[in-house]
Design a protein around this ligand. Structure first.
Ligand SMILES: Nc1ncnc2c1ncn2[C@@H]1O[C@H](COP(=O)(O)OP(=O)(O)OP(=O)(O)O)[C@@H](O)[C@H]1O
Ligand SMILES: Nc1ncnc2c1ncn2[C@@H]1O[C@H](COP(=O)(O)OP(=O)(O)OP(=O)(O)O)[C@@H](O)[C@H]1O
Length: 534
């Protein structure tokens, strides 16, 4: 491995020496293969790699959670400030090496924000008298000073993520690991989160280790990029621009997104065609209002979905996108208004029929899994429908290949990587061709190759007449693929039209905490004229 020609005036912080890791159930195929690297003080490193290459596994090993918390084998050593991490007492290492996960909820165990932060301080033996001051300071640092008394279930995804960061910062770690921290955030919250990390890094002189599939928004911060290959080796490790300029082919081979500043167009440009305009209406939402206890979540929603339509629902965290999707799927019931599938209220269709006609991919794929293996999960629908074993095997093999899950055929769905879980949850919806497919964040956590493949498959379904409706925070995806986009704003549909029309609505974009897609931001950045509607 080439040595990194960075000016190493900083001290080494964490050293990984010939480290290997294998999960117990696949011990013959280690996820990490004799990797070695050193992280330095005050450095920001981005780790990239295909979905399932082992990025989360590395991060969990670096802060000592693995191998203890999982059945696995390790070889080699990891040193923090020269001391083998196996010599640290429980909790001591977590204080030095803090992690913020993709899914912040997995980090919380108390009901309110203040209780959670107090619990963190209690764990590091901070006297109760000092807690209020520390909590108030950290909440201020993450811009959440007025949220101390809030309950977690009332916070949006973005707000939860900021509290997860606050909890880690309370420990005053020297190394901060961020595992896809912005995946659930709306575009503006995502930018704000990255700026927050940038500021905290400068104030506290932290070393930061980021795992992300798309580097674009982190570019200003990153010093160094490491690439984890499919075979569990670090296949490149160098300064940011060296990797993105000189290693394009390697990144493409590994299926990694190139930053758009170094690579013109990843997405095909949307022609804005409206192939659905003469199709029949398959679903209608009429004047629907939905409340949770006394809180109005959605109000006076009117929407029609036509067969073969391809539509995105977007909006800020907590705007009600998932709620609307669940109402359309018949998973939630509205007290007011009507939802009809082919002219008949969805409540009047038999449950079995409804589940066949409307496919639903949950935001959290784990909510969908009902069997013990990937194969059973994929063939569950076929088994119910009495398919012959041979046909079922053939179909399953095809789907496993398409979704790059062949090597996970007998894995437990819950043990898959984040991206693999997402692909499996989509694959399980493809056993039949439903009238409507609803996806909550279909490409979340995917690398470049699987994003393209997923979108290709979803498009294929659309061309066979299925209406596709998906929730996303990815404006480039909307720009490249959608015919219609609706924006949830102030509990209502604030906009419905083509993405091209939306990108001109500056006020709606701003109020909904959305950003322009990269294609247009880039034009504006180069000083090209762009006409907003005022
Ligand atoms: N608890 C587990 N038991 C068995 N195998 C596991 C377990 N957790 C992860 N794996 C496997 O280890 C491999 C690496 O998973 P990991 O979550 O580290 O990947 P990743 O690079 O973070 O992926 P993604 O980008 O999709 O989040 C995957 O093939 C996954 O199926
Ligand atoms: N189980 C629940 N109990 C109480 N309130 C809830 C529950 N689920 C959602 N909410 C609230 O309903 C509102 C809409 O939530 P929803 O999940 O539909 O938003 P979203 O637009 O999908 O958000 P995100 O982009 O963060 O996923 C939010 O204010 C949320 O706090």
């Amino acid at each position: 491995m080439r040595r990194i020609p960075l000016n190493r005036s900083e001290k080494p912080l964490l050293h990984v020496d010939q480290f290997a890791f294998a999960y117990e159930n696949v011990k013959e195929k280690p996820v990490l293969n004799n990797i070695s690297f050193t992280l330095y003080e005050n450095e920001v490193t981005l780790l990239m790699g295909a979905s399932g290459s082992g990025k989360s596994t590395i991060s969990l090993c670096l802060n000592g959670l693995y191998p203890e918390a999982v059945e696995g084998f390790t070889k080699g050593n990891i040193y923090f400030e020269g001391i083998n991490i196996s010599e640290f007492s429980k909790g001591e290492l977590n204080q030095q090496v803090g992690i913020v996960f993709q899914d912040p909820e997995s980090q919380f165990c108390m009901i309110t924000v203040e209780d959670e932060l107090a619990f963190t301080l209690e764990n590091i033996n901070i006297p109760a008298s000092e807690m209020p001051q520390r909590i108030s300071e950290v909440l201020q640092a993450v811009g959440m000073e007025s949220f101390g008394k809030e309950k977690f279930h009332q916070l949006s995804g973005g707000q939860k993520q900021k509290i997860a960061l606050a909890a880690v910062l309370l420990l005053e770690p020297k190394l901060l690991i961020l595992d896809e921290p912005t995946a659930n955030l709306d575009p503006v919250s995502s930018m704000e989160f990255i700026q927050l990390i940038h500021r905290i890094k400068q104030e506290r002189g932290l070393s930061v280790f980021i795992i992300e599939h798309q580097a674009d928004d982190w570019m200003d911060m990153i010093n160094r990029v490491m690439i984890l290959g499919h075979d569990g080796n670090i296949v490149a490790d160098d300064q940011r621009d060296v990797i993105f300029k000189d290693k394009k082919q390697l990144l493409e081979r590994e299926g990694i997104f190139l930053p758009r500043s170094h690579h013109e167009s990843f997405w095909d440009v949307n022609t804005g065609s409206t192939t659905f305009s003469n199709q029949e209406v398959c679903l209608s939402v009429q004047n629907v209002t939905f409340k949770r206890k006394k809180n109005v979540i959605l109000e006076g929603i009117n929407l029609t979905i036509q067969s073969g339509e391809f539509m995105a629902i977007i909006g800020e965290n907590g705007a009600g996108k998932s709620t609307l999707l669940q109402l359309i799927a018949g998973l939630l019931k509205a007290e007011q208004g009507k939802i009809e599938l082919f002219g008949k209220p969805i409540s009047k269709w038999k449950e079995n029929y409804l589940r066949k006609r409307i496919g639903y991919v949950f935001q959290n794929p784990e909510h969908q899994f009902i069997t013990d293996t990937v194969y059973d999960e994929i063939t569950f629908g076929y088994q119910l429908n009495g398919y012959a074993q041979m046909d079922m095997d053939e179909k399953a093999l095809h789907l496993l290949k398409q979704f790059q899950l062949e090597n996970q055929k007998f894995s437990n769905p819950f043990s898959l990587s984040g991206g693999q879980k997402r692909r499996l949850s989509v694959a399980t919806m493809l056993d039949e061709t439903p009238d409507i497919l609803l996806f909550d964040e279909p490409t979340f956590g995917q690398d470049a190759q699987s994003t393209k493949e997923l979108m290709r498959m979803i498009k294929e379904l659309q061309s066979s007449g299925t209406a596709v409706v998906f929730v996303t925070h990815n404006m480039d995806l909307v720009d490249a693929y959608c015919e219609r986009v609706i924006v949830m704003l102030d509990k209502k549909i604030g906009f419905s039209g083509s993405p091209q029309e939306l990108w001109r609505q500056e006020k709606i974009l701003e109020k909904s905490r959305l950003r322009l897609p990269y294609r247009i931001r880039h034009k504006v950045g180069k000083g090209e004229k762009y006409d907003f509607v005022h």
